[in-house]
Design a binder for this molecule. Structure first.
Ligand code: SAM
Length: 280
């Protein structure tokens, strides 16, 4: 039984980091005319209402996108992402937030393709409705990890695979590594972006050790912590592990992380990190 609903967390600091990285990877892929495939293994509903009951209940977006929304000195690295947030909130008040599939929908070109999977019985129809008239998109209700076997390699041999489980099941830490191995066997030149929460640091360390043991190279880690690690409940940090990142991503993230940290964590606690787990 799935109880996680992303609508409670949409637009939090982890989404801001994830969606910044996602949009920069997509913009780099667009530098070549050749089409590419965007695969989202854990898509969520696609669109979120920040003034809705779920988001208001936790208020997580207030320490996330709402803080970035207020800033006037946006670095250029944030523009592809923030232009879409602005487009969804044209009246000037922050009400709606794009999930990863919607960001991809607006950023991808007419000849690119999207493959989206969502398992939740409530979120799946919302996602499907959002894409009902999008000829580029295939949507499945099912297990996102299976898509790594079914959809790869893409005919264009270019693509981004976003793996963004909720880690509601502890088995997700191992499932993402297995999923990457399955995907990589079929499509070793693809870019794989894996989101992770830091709830217990040991779980993340174990996942990273397993990834290192696969022998895959070019693995970049990007992390933003809002508080120091803790063994109490709750997420203190989140990160993205990117396999085969576009060559610019490391420099872009090194430049933008201090700004993101200052905007998202004005109290100055936590840390940022952009580091190779395995270099080229
Ligand atoms: N990627 C989304 C975004 O950035 O807007 C958020 C995704 S949310 C963190 C994780 C989603 O995965 C939830 O909507 C959950 O219902 C879904 N889910 C959980 N297990 C899944 C599975 N095995 N396959 C596909 N979706 C799954």
């Amino acid at each position: 039984m799935l109880s996680y609903r992303h609508s409670f967390h949409a637009g939090n600091h982890a989404d801001v980091l994830k969606h910044t990285v996602q949009s920069l990877i997509i913009e780099s892929l667009k530098e070549k005319e050749k089409p590419f495939l965007y695969v989202d293994t854990h898509s969520g509903a696609g669109r979120y209402q920040l003034t809705g009951e779920h988001a208001e209940k936790t208020g997580e977006y207030l320490q996330g996108i709402a803080r970035v929304w207020e800033q006037e000195d946006l670095p250029e690295e944030l523009l592809p992402y923030m232009n879409i947030v602005r487009r969804m909130n044209e009246g000037g008040k922050l009400r709606y937030y794009p999930g990863s599939p919607l960001l991809a929908k607006y950023l991808l070109r007419d000849h690119d393709q999207l493959s989206l999977t969502e398992l939740h019985p409530t979120d799946y129809p919302l996602l499907r409705a959002e894409f009902s008239r999008d000829h580029r998109t295939q949507i499945s209700k099912g297990d996102g990890y299976q898509q790594l076997k079914a959809k790869l390699p893409p005919p264009s041999r270019r693509g981004l695979i976003l793996m963004d489980p909720s880690y509601e099941l502890k088995s997700d830490y191992e499932a993402v590594v297995k999923g990457v191995v399955e995907g990589y066997k079929r499509f070793a030149t693809g870019t794989y972006a894996i989101w992770y929460p830091v709830v217990l640091r040991q779980q993340v360390k174990r996942m990273i050790n397993q990834l290192e043991a696969t022998g895959i190279r070019k693995i970049l880690q990007i992390e933003l912590a809002v508080r120091p690690d803790s063994d109490q409940r709750g997420m203190t940090a989140s990160g993205m592990i990117v396999i085969n990142p576009p060559w610019k991503l490391e420099a872009q993230m090194k430049k933008v992380m201090p700004w993101l940290h200052k905007s998202l964590v004005p109290e100055g606690t936590g840390h940022t990190l952009v580091e190779w787990i395995v270099p080229e």
